[in-house]
Design a protein around this ligand. Structure first.
Ligand SMILES: Cc1cc2nc3c(=O)[nH]c(=O)nc-3n(C[C@H](O)[C@H](O)[C@H](O)COP(=O)(O)O)c2cc1C
Length: 332
């Protein structure tokens, strides 16, 4: 079965790739992921905060050097970040050397500033593409949605001006006009959209009277919002579509492809069950498509998108009315 898929200008052998995660910090795991069959590897992110922290440290080092060199030892050496920008680029070089599949670098931040220069450094370190993860929370009541969206579009245009790498924007689901934004991002130079960033929601600790944050791995139920939006965007925006969030089984991967995904990223499934899950996903895709007499994966790709599905209204408001009315009837 021909499972190949075009993603960000690459001809992938199949759509299943390793999403951004700490796994890439371990070259042994990276090699295992390639042996298990991943078609591409996304690096963990280099964060705006990490880069800006390093810049501040450098500025302070320079100031101290100028005034009293011996006081250098008083500078803060430790950082709350796992690795600084240089270590990130070094690891990217190592990952790139270790594998033959495309390696996608990742930058993560919210505003347009000097840290975006790292797009060029990521390119120079050997990345084949760049994922731009814009994790922004619209918490400022004085800022309207078009200002937030414009900042994102301007950021993408700025990054596109700094690198020749294809850029995929990893988006949050919380935009009012996501379809319109998707087109603007494409016009600004994005070659792909990755749906969706997972927001880790803060909780309230009643005993400590504090706010806490805990990382929970995903389950298949999180796939549904990705399916809907992939189906809504498929064929309507001239970009590759990647799905991240809730892909655990071959059926999950198939649904993502049918909604219109060109790339299917897995992280939680690999963290829970090891890289062997990738082999099972790819074998499952192959088996299902063969059993259902598809000639290729591309034939299935987008077949359940808004435009091609037998009931497009289900992706929009129809879905909502039916589900509520259906539930009320069964309950009476
Ligand atoms: C431990 C961990 C670390 C992650 N680190 C990053 C990161 O550095 N950058 C990023 O864009 N996403 C990161 N993610 C998010 C994943 O790439 C992915 O989008 C998310 O986990 C949803 O996919 P899943 O359901 O397959 O886990 C991380 C996820 C986990 C669980």
């Amino acid at each position: 079965m021909d499972l190949s898929s075009d993603y960000l200008g690459f001809r992938l052998k199949h759509p299943v790739m390793l999403g951004a995660s700490p796994l890439v910090q371990d070259l042994g795991k990276v090699k295992q992921a390639e042996d298990a069959g991943v078609s591409a590897i996304v690096m963990n992110s280099l964060f705006q905060e990490q880069i800006e922290h390093e810049r501040r440290l450098e500025e302070r080092r320079a100031e101290v050097n100028e005034s009293f060199g011996e006081a250098q030892s008083y500078l803060p050496a430790s950082s709350e970040y796992v690795a600084g920008p240089d270590a990130y680029l070094e690891q990217l070089r190592k990952v790139k050397e270790a594998v033959d599949v495309p390696v996608i670098g990742s930058l993560n931040g919210t505003t347009q500033a000097g840290w975006l220069d790292y797009a060029r450094l990521i390119e120079q370190a050997g990345a084949d593409a760049l994922e731009l993860n814009v994790y922004t929370v619209g918490s400022d009541p004085s800022e309207d949605c078009s200002t937030i969206e414009k900042r994102l579009v301007d950021m993408v245009a700025a990054v596109a001006g700094k690198t020749t790498l294809p850029i995929a924007v990893k988006l949050s689901p919380s935009y009012t006009g996501l379809s319109h934004l998707a087109r603007q991002l494409s016009a600004a130079g994005a070659k792909g959209l990755v749906l969706f960033n997972r927001f880790y929601q803060p909780d309230i600790d009643l005993e400590k009277l504090d706010v806490s944050l805990k990382l929970e791995l995903s389950s298949s139920s999180e796939l549904l919002s990705r399916l809907r939006w992939t189906a809504l965007l498929s064929g309507r925006v001239d970009v590759s579509l990647g799905v991240t969030g809730g892909v655990h089984t071959p059926d999950d991967a198939l649904k993502a492809v049918m909604a219109g995904a060109h790339g299917v990223q897995v992280v939680s499934a690999v963290l829970k069950n090891g890289v062997g899950v990738v082999t099972r996903l790819v074998e499952g895709l192959d088996r299902w498509l063969a059993e259902h007499e598809y000639a290729s994966l591309e034939q299935a790709q987008g077949s359940m998108s808004l435009w091609r599905s037998p009931r497009p209204e289900m992706y929009e408001r129809g879905n909502y009315i039916r589900i509520l009315q259906g539930y009320s009837r069964s309950w009476r």
